[in-house]
Design a protein around this ligand. Structure first.
Ligand code: GAP
Length: 513
């Protein structure tokens, strides 16, 4: 079986080979942690965004969307706390000269301990066979309990030190754990320092009048500063939400793992404005709602887990991640944050404008509390894409590469293939494309033997192949081949649209949320 690194490398090369993701400005050797989406990537990305938008905005009558500008008044970022507190703790290795996030070094160390737990589980499952009870094993096996205790203690200490800004203790922890530089193997570390992640830029035509700006590091602030505009013009009653998707920028120190951690990326965020004191119940409700959204895509319940934060961001009183099992292990995919009135209260203070809601039921005004759901679109893309990519052993001792994307998200829903390039088959196939293209994206492919064309469509993730053959000329039927099972069925041309639509319609998938 291929190891994690090989699987991940395959994901990256497949994404390039099939027009999903390219390195930015590749002809100039690229730009670190910046990527472009290709002809298939843009479709998959748009579909993920739409799946989120419909679930949030279309299906919730108390959530509306906005599209705020990337540039915002610089005071926004003072009020939001990003100027003072949007930092990562940095550490350099003196021998390799490589820079790392100190917390990530510790977390990677913990991940190694957790991998030992997984190993024990796998071993025991083999030993006990069908009678194996994983939960009981995790709760009673002394070796596992030892590892768990060790991992928890390290994370707790890290969380506390970061919260207290005790960077000396973070360095002490790295030294005590004997963490070595992954590149040089050396344990010769500098002190830990804070590094602000916002990109600066300038607005204005002359040097004297230019204003220092930041590229937004999150989309959320565009929602906060528009809170009253939307509430008043939309006559929204609490609880209500504002959703937004858009680009965000962070000067990530450890920019690696392909599109997992980028310097320019896209977020899909929703701020839910609630009555103070109700945040606990909304926090739980949104955790559940968001997990359901993920599960509706059918990517396997076992690939998700919640991770409650020990160290809270500067704005939160509770926070959890939905983690996904990426090729390199479980990592954050989405954050659910109880942001209290931190943002609105600070914008009130810095702008001297009231940002309050008059609650007719309470007959008083207050600054609402906020429950946030925040997911990276690119990270969701990586989750979907890496989960879908599979190498399958076939019965005839061959293998096929197949991208089992959820059909609702696939760039093309079908490919129409004339069996041969003559006898009127291409014309019929083209006519089918011309009918179907009004309903969903379809591809046309007449090059190479049909078997090779099936493989090509498997690899690009197209859920259906429609083959036009000589029987089609006789009776107006075609074969539909299903990507995941490779089963073929013969159907009338007039029924093709219905068969595909049933499998790809967003409405049907969204019923699962
Ligand atoms: N408004 C809250 C906020 O921005 P966050 O946990 O910093 O919270 C939310 O980011 C989500 O944005 C993350 O769960 C992740 O999916 C995505 N994200 C954050 N930084 C990213 C990066 N550098 N590259 C890609 N996605 C990123």
């Amino acid at each position: 079986m291929a190891n994690k690194e090989d699987i991940f490398k395959r994901v990256i090369s497949h994404a390039k080979e099939y027009g999903y993701i390219f390195q930015s400005s590749e002809i100039y050797d690229g730009l670190s942690a910046v990527y472009d989406y290709g002809q298939n990537g843009v479709e998959l990305k748009n579909n993920i965004r739409e799946y989120w938008w419909r679930a949030m905005v279309q299906l919730n009558d108390n959530i509306v969307g906005i599209d705020a500008a990337i540039f915002m008044h610089p005071t926004t970022w003072k009020a939001s706390g990003h100027v003072d507190a949007f930092n990562d703790p940095l550490i350099d290795n003196k021998d390799s000269k490589k820079r790392y996030r100190a917390d990530v070094l510790v977390e990677d160390h913990v991940a190694k301990i957790e991998a030992k737990i997984d190993k024990e589980v796998t071993k025991a499952a083999k030993r006990f066979g069908d009678t194996f009870d994983k939960q009981q094993f995790l709760a009673t096996n002394t070796r596992v309990l030892g590892y768990r205790e060790k991992a928890d203690a390290i994370l707790k200490r890290l969380g506390k030190s970061l919260e207290k800004e005790d960077l000396a203790d973070v360095k002490a922890l790295i030294e005590e754990l004997e963490i070595a530089c992954p590149l040089s193997g050396s344990k010769n570390w500098t002190d830990v320092k804070q590094f602000n992640l916002m990109f600066g830029t300038k607005l204005g035509s002359t040097a004297e009048s230019a204003m220092d700006l930041y590229l937004r590091p999150e989309t959320a602030q565009g929602i906060f500063v528009n809170f009253l505009n939307v509430q008043k013009t939309g006559r929204m009653k609490i609880p209500f939400g504002i959703a937004q998707t858009g680009k965000a920028f962070r000067n990530e120190i450890v920019a690696r793992q392909f599109i997992f951690r980028m310097r320019e990326f896209e977020q899909m965020e929703m701020q839910y404005f609630i009555k103070p004191g109700t945040q606990k119940e909304w926090y739980e409700a949104w955790k559940e709602k968001r997990m359901k959204w993920h599960l509706s895509l059918g990517m396997g319940e076992e690939n998700y887990r919640f991770h409650d934060h020990e160290k809270l961001a500067h704005y939160a009183d509770a926070a959890a991640d939905i983690e996904f099992k990426f090729p390199f292990g479980f990592k954050e995919l989405e954050g659910i944050h109880s942001r209290t009135d931190f943002d609105l209260a600070n914008h009130e203070k810095y702008s001297s404008k009231k940002l309050q809601y008059f609650d007719p039921e309470e007959n008083k005004s207050y600054v609402p509390y906020v429950l946030e759901t925040s997911i990276g679109l690119d990270r969701m893309f990586l989750a979907v894409f890496s989960n879908a990519l599979q190498e399958e052993e076939l019965e005839n001792n061959t293998t096929r590469t197949v991208l089992k994307l959820p059909a609702v998200l696939a760039p093309n829903k079908a490919a129409v293939l004339p069996l041969v390039k003559k006898d009127g088959l291409p014309e019929i196939a083209q006519k089918i494309v011309d009918d179907l293209k009004w309903h969903f994206n379809v591809a046309y492919d007449e090059k190479d033997a049909v078997g090779r064309r099936y493989r090509r469509q498997d690899a690009v993730g197209t859920p259906f192949c429609i083959t036009v053959d000589h029987q089609t000329v006789e009776d107006d039927t075609v074969t539909i081949r299903h990507r995941d099972t490779m089963q073929q069925e013969r159907v009338a041309i007039s029924e093709v649209k219905g068969v595909i639509e049933k499998a790809v319609a967003m409405k049907e998938w969204l019923k699962g949320i």
